[in-house]
Design a binder for this molecule. Structure first.
Ligand code: ADP
Ligand code: MG
Length: 284
């Protein structure tokens, strides 16, 4: 391969790693989000404020329907806050942008493009040459351990592999923030554990802020530096817990005293909030 293309790619990654110590600060400032008007008005997110530091791995944990996706979508720029504002690196979010990569539960790859072309798609839109795009895509393919699959189509890959390609595709834009909405929710338990380990490897290599939505307590503790627990609908952050487990995380940490005591705390919050959500539905 052309050595100048490889060195451009190498420089991009180096620069990203340096910048990631300063880039990727997220500020959610008195954000409230409602849908509909009048009697049909539905408050999805109650006034919420929080700060996430560059490079932090933060999990948002909460019962179903509490507004996790809505809050994440306001950072992605898909949903405009009704009140308050979201800032990334001091710039107010007014819409989606390549500085924020998104990974959904559905793999959302382009089925008619190969794995390599799927990952190269973002850099292509950003105006890189075809050779640069392929070089960028190959770097991320190597990072997710799927170099041999570059000519395959998404339909030929397992769910776990497709989701790894989804992560590589989001990273290929060199985002300062990676937003993940229950990305492993559709995977079987074993694949899910492998994906969690794989994501932590990628995160430590790539260096970026991660905002990860889940309703799975074990997943949140295994991954996060910090867990933000949301209340039942209308959701707001009711607890901000630091996960002091050392890194790299190992699967056997799940039996440690620290993990178990944190799990107990999280489950108490989630149970209480799920009960409230259940009672609200019963009263409707
Ligand atoms: P979670 O991700 O925690 O399960 P969501 O953020 O998807 O919760 O939804 C929170 C609330 O907002 C729910 O009551 C849901 O029905 C409502 N909601 C989400 N998106 C929309 C939308 N586009 N239009 C109307 N209501 C919505
Ligand atoms: Mg959701």
């Amino acid at each position: 391969m052309n050595t100048s293309v490889v060195s451009i790619q190498h420089n991009l990654l180096q620069k990203h790693r340096q910048d990631s110590k300063e880039r990727g600060h997220v500020s959610i400032d008195s954000v409230g989000i409602s849908f509909g008007n009048g009697p049909d008005r539905n408050i999805a997110v109650h006034e919420t404020s929080l700060n996430i530091e560059p490079g932090e791995f933060v999990c948002i944990l909460g019962p179903s329907g509490c507004g996790k996706s809505t809050l994440l979508n306001s950072v992605a720029g898909y949903v405009k806050p009704t009140t308050g504002r979201v800032l990334v690196d001091n710039a107010e979010i007014t819409g989606p942008g390549p500085d924020r990569g998104m990974v959904f539960q559905q793999y959302s790859l382009l089925p008619w493009k190969t794995v390599l072309e799927n990952i190269a798609f973002g850099p292509r839109l950003a105006g890189h040459s075809a050779a640069e795009c392929h070089s960028i895509a190959r770097t991320f393919l190597a990072m997710i351990g799927l170099s041999k699959m570059e000519k395959r189509y998404p339909g030929e890959l397992s769910g776990g592999m497709q989701q790894r390609v989804g992560i590589a595709r989001a990273l290929a834009n060199y985002p300062s923030v990676l937003l993940m909405d229950e990305p492993f929710g559709a995977l079987d338990a074993q694949t899910r554990l492998m994906m969690q380990e794989s994501l932590l490897d990628i995160w430590s290599e790539f260096g970026t802020t991660v905002l990860f939505v889940t309703h799975d307590v074990d997943e949140a503790i295994f991954l996060a530096d910090r867990i933000l627990i949301m209340s039942a609908s209308p959701g707001t952050v009711i607890a901000d817990l630091k996960v002091e487990l050392e890194r790299p995380r190992q699967s056997d940490m799940a039996t440690s005293d620290l993990f178990i005591s944190l799990k107990r705390t999280c489950l108490q919050y989630i149970r209480a909030e799920s009960m409230k959500a259940f009672e609200q539905r019963e009263c409707e």
